[in-house]
Design a protein around this ligand. Structure first.
Ligand SMILES: *[C@@H]1O[C@H](CO)[C@@H](O)[C@H](O)[C@H]1NC(C)=O
Ligand SMILES: *[C@@H]1O[C@H](CO)[C@@H](O)[C@H](O)[C@H]1NC(C)=O
Ligand SMILES: *[C@@H]1O[C@H](CO)[C@@H](O)[C@H](O)[C@H]1NC(C)=O
Ligand SMILES: *[C@@H]1O[C@H](CO)[C@@H](O)[C@H](O)[C@H]1NC(C)=O
Length: 283
């Protein structure tokens, strides 16, 4: 009969359903348990690996990992707790601010270029450079000659005259200084030593005066002999400050430094003047 058969069929179907369901549940349970075990093993394994890397943070991490087995990313989400260290690098950026502070140090070099203008204001002629060619104090020679009015257009003879005039100015200053020192001195031997220096500086002025006078009246016929006289006078004048200082050294060495400083310019200028005169003698 259709009914019972169908009923049986229906019953069988009804009976088979629970059976299939229980079997499915059993299989699902087995799979689930297996999956759980696998996941737990995997998590423990990863946890152990993390222990090696980040021991300090493990205590807080394990709970979320156990409950998020299917969610594998979770172990990789934990690294965000490592990100704080990546925030510290910004604190390293301040050092990168220091480089800008190095750039301010670059301007000074641009300030030094502003120094040359004062140097270029006196015109350094080729004749001046040539005249100072063999000077012992070459830079002083060039700068002092260049600073003299009209020197940029002067020929070698005129430059020799300018060089001697510069010596005269400095010799006069030294002469006056030593004369005042002698007047203030209370020690008889100091006074005598300073008197010698005054005489030596007076001689220097005379020798430079004669040299300048001859230089400005050079005659083409006796040029070499006149230049020879000038060389003799300036050479003698050049030794005078040293002779003065030697005398002071024997009497009172305390006076030497100040006299040396006061005669340094005239000594250098005379050395330079002699170099220019020697150049002139070669023409
Ligand atoms: C330099 O110039 C002066 C004046 O013009 C002149 O008498 C003298 O001969 C010149 N000296 C030289 C070396 O050219
Ligand atoms: C003067 O100088 C001489 C030599 O240096 C020294 O022996 C003497 O004590 C000095 N006298 C005075 C008053 O300074
Ligand atoms: C050098 O000569 C000038 C002018 O001819 C003169 O005024 C000066 O006193 C002289 N200097 C010396 C140290 O003789
Ligand atoms: C020497 O010359 C320099 C440059 O002209 C100057 O500044 C200095 O005062 C001079 N020294 C003396 C003792 O006159």
């Amino acid at each position: 009969m259709d009914g019972p058969k169908g009923g049986w069929d229906m019953e069988e179907r009804r009976n088979s359903k629970p059976r299939k369901r229980s079997m499915l549940i059993a299989i699902a349970t087995v799979i689930l348990v297996a999956a759980l075990i696998t996941v737990v093993i995997v998590v423990i394994h990863q946890n152990n690996q993390e222990k090696d890397n980040i021991p300090a943070q493990i205590g807080t991490i394990p709970p979320p990992i156990i409950w998020s087995p299917p969610v594998y990313p979770s172990p990789y989400v934990s690294p965000p707790t490592i990100s704080p260290p990546t925030i510290s690098p910004p604190t390293i950026s301040p050092p990168t601010i220091s480089p800008p502070t190095i750039s301010p140090s670059v301007p000074p070099p641009t300030v030094s270029p502003s120094v040359p203008p004062p140097v270029t204001s006196p015109v350094v002629s080729a004749t001046i450079v040539m005249a100072c060619d063999t000077a012992l104090y070459r830079n002083v020679c060039i700068s002092t000659l260049s600073s003299y009015p009209g020197a940029s257009h002067a020929n070698l003879t005129q430059l020799a005259g300018i060089a001697v005039e510069l010596c005269l100015d400095e010799a006069k200053k030294a002469y006056e200084f030593v004369g005042n020192l002698r007047a203030q001195s209370v020690n008889k031997s100091d006074q005598n030593a300073l008197k010698d220096c005054v005489d030596l500086l007076k001689d220097t002025g005379d020798q430079l005066n004669s040299s300048l006078s001859t230089l400005t009246h050079l005659s083409s016929g006796s040029f070499q002999s006149e230049i020879g006289d000038i060389q003799t006078w300036v050479s003698a004048a050049l030794t005078n400050p040293a002779t003065c200082i030697d005398g002071l050294q024997e009497v009172n060495a305390n006076m030497v430094p100040v006299i040396k400083a006061k005669t340094e310019n005239v000594t250098e200028y005379m050395s330079n003047a002699l170099a220019v005169i020697n150049k002139l003698s070669e023409t």
